[in-house]
Design a protein around this ligand. Structure first.
Ligand SMILES: Cc1cc2nc3c(=O)[nH]c(=O)nc-3n(C[C@H](O)[C@H](O)[C@H](O)COP(=O)(O)OP(=O)(O)OC[C@H]3O[C@@H](n4cnc5c(N)ncnc54)[C@H](O)[C@@H]3O)c2cc1C
Length: 389
C-alpha cells in the first residue's frame, strides 16, 4: 500500500491524540492519526465525566491544565463549536478535620502558581453548593476558574478541526509494530500497511506499555477501572464539580465526585479504595448503591434524581500517579503522551500543545524543568503517591 508523506503519526484518537493532532497541524506538520476503534474518542475519552481543573499540587499538571483551560474555554470562539464548556469551578468541601487539613495543605503551592482558589467557611460553601448537607460542614476550597466540558463533543470537535487543517484519520487500523532504523522510530505498521514519518506520537492510553515496548521501552501504564453515571436533566442548580474526599461509611472509596453538566444532567463517579486492575468494563452491582447513598448524603434533595445510565471505564495508571510526557532517552523519532491516570481529558489539550511544540520547535511551551517532571526517563517508583482526583 502506498503511503503518503506524513510529518507525524499519532497512535490513538483519544483525549490526548485528538488535540495533539490538531496542534501538530497548527504547527504546519502533516499528521496521520490511527485508531483501532471505529471513531474518535471511543477509548477512555468517552468514559470521562468532563471535569477540567488547574488546581492540582504538581507544577507540571498545573501548567498543562492551565493551558487546557485556555483551549477549552475559548474553543467556541476558535472553532465555532460548542463543546459544553461550563465555568462552574471545583469545590472540595470538608466535613472532618482530616480533609480540612489535606486541602488547606495544598493551598500554599496552588497560590504559588497563582491559581484562583481559596478556603471558604461553611456559609461560603453553602452558597456555591446549594442544598449541601450542613451536618459537620467545616468549609472547603473553591476554585471558580475550573470547569467542565463534554468529552464526546470535544473529541468530535478536535477531530473535525484537525481534519480541516489537513490531518488524515484512519480508523479500524490498530498499530501492530513500529518501523525502526537503528534506534530511531521511522514509522508504523498496521494490518493494512506501513506509514512513515519522522515523528511517531504514542497516545495509546491504556495500551501505552504495549506500544512503547514496540520501541524497546519499558513504560509502566496499567489499566485500572472506575465507574461513572449520569442522570436525566434537571433545572440548573449546581455550578461546581464537588469532590468529597471522605472514604464513605464503609471505607469503600478514596473520593467521590459529581457535578451538573451544561445540559443539566448530574454526572458522578468515585475512586474505589482498592484499585480494580484490569480491562473489564462491565458495570458492577456495587456502584449505584454506594454512589446513590453518597450523593444523597451530600445533597439530600438528589434523592429525587432519575439515573439514566452508568458505565465503567479505565484509567491509564502510572506507579507515581503522574503522566508520562515527552521524548524518551535513547530512542529518536518517538514521543510519549501517555499514563494520564484519572486526568487525561483535562490534560489533553495542554499535553497536545506542548508535544506539538516539542516536535516542531524542539522545545515545549512549559519551562523545561517543569515539563521534565513528567519525563519518560524518571524513576516511576520513586515517591509513589496517590493522586487527588
Ligand atoms: C469514570 C471515569 C471518569 C473520568 N473522569 C475524568 C474527568 O472528569 N476528567 C479527566 O480529565 N479525566 C477523567 N477520566 C480519565 C480519562 O478518561 C482518561 O485519563 C483519558 O481518557 C485518557 O486519555 P488517553 O488519550 O490517554 O486515552 P484514550 O482516550 O483511551 O485514547 C487512546 C486511544 O488509543 C487507541 N489505541 C490504543 N492502542 C492502539 C493501537 N495499537 N493502534 C491504534 N490505536 C490504538 C484506543 O483505541 C484509544 O482510542 C475519567 C475516567 C473514567 C473511567
Amino acid at each position: 500500500m502506498a503511503t503518503e508523506p506524513f510529518d507525524a503519526i499519532v497512535i490513538g484518537a483519544g483525549s490526548v491524540g485528538n488535540p495533539t493532532a490538531y496542534f501538530l497541524e497548527r504547527e504546519g506538520l502533516r499528521t496521520l492519526v490511527l485508531d483501532e476503534l471505529a471513531s474518535s474518542g471511543q477509548g477512555q475519552n468517552k468514559a470521562a465525566i468532563g471535569g477540567v481543573r488547574a488546581t492540582h499540587s504538581d507544577p507540571a499538571k498545573i501548567g498543562l491544565c492551565q493551558q487546557s483551560l485556555e483551549v477549552f474555554s475559548t474553543w467556541k470562539e476558535t472553532s465555532g463549536t460548542d463543546i459544553g464548556w461550563k465555568k462552574g469551578g471545583y469545590c472540595f468541601p470538608a466535613f472532618d478535620e482530616k480533609v480540612e487539613t489535606t486541602i488547606k495543605g495544598l493551598l500554599p503551592v496552588q497560590k504559588r502558581y497563582h491559581l484562583n482558589i481559596d478556603w471558604l467557611d461553611a456559609d461560603g460553601i453553602r452558597a456555591v453548593v446549594p442544598g449541601i448537607n450542613e451536618h459537620g460542614l467545616r468549609g472547603g476550597t473553591y476554585s471558580p476558574d475550573d470547569g467542565q466540558v463534554s468529552p464526546l463533543l470535544a473529541a468530535e470537535s478536535f477531530t473535525r478541526e484537525a481534519i480541516r487543517l489537513g490531518a488524515v484519520y484512519r480508523y479500524h487500523e490498530p498499530v501492530r509494530s513500529l518501523l525502526l532504523r537503528g534506534t530511531s522510530v521511522v514509522g508504523v505498521r498496521t494490518e493494512k500497511g506501513e506509514y512513515r514519518a519522522s515523528t511517531v506520537v504514542n497516545a495509546s492510553g491504556v495500551r501505552a506499555t504495549e506500544v512503547s515496548r514496540m520501541a524497546g521501552l519499558d513504560i509502566p501504564v496499567v489499566p485500572d477501572s472506575h465507574e461513572g453515571g449520569i442522570s436525566a436533566p434537571v433545572a440548573p442548580f449546581l455550578d461546581p464539580l464537588v469532590v468529597d474526599l471522605r472514604p464513605g461509611p464503609e471505607g469503600q472509596t478514596i473520593n467521590f465526585y459529581f457535578g451538573q453538566d451544561a445540559n443539566g444532567q448530574v454526572i458522578f463517579c468515585y475512586t474505589p479504595k482498592v484499585p480494580i486492575v484490569g480491562t473489564d468494563r462491565n458495570s458492577t452491582s456495587e456502584f449505584m448503591p454506594i454512589i446513590a447513598a453518597r450523593l444523597v448524603e451530600v445533597i439530600p434533595r438528589l434523592k429525587n434524581l432519575t439515573i439514566r445510565r452508568v458505565w465503567r471505564g479505565l484509567y491509564p495508571m502510572t506507579p507515581d500517579g503522574s503522566p508520562v510526557v515527552g521524548k524518551p532517552p535513547n530512542v529518536e523519532g518517538f514521543v510519549l503522551g501517555v499514563g494520564m491516570c484519572g486526568q487525561g481529558f483535562m490534560l489533553g489539550p495542554g499535553v497536545g500543545r506542548n508535544l506539538a511544540s516539542l516536535v516542531a520547535r524542539g522545545t515545549p511551551l512549559l519551562d523545561r524543568e517543569v515539563f521534565d517532571l513528567l519525563s519518560p526517563a524518571r524513576d516511576f517508583f520513586k515517591g509513589k503517591k496517590e493522586a487527588l482526583k
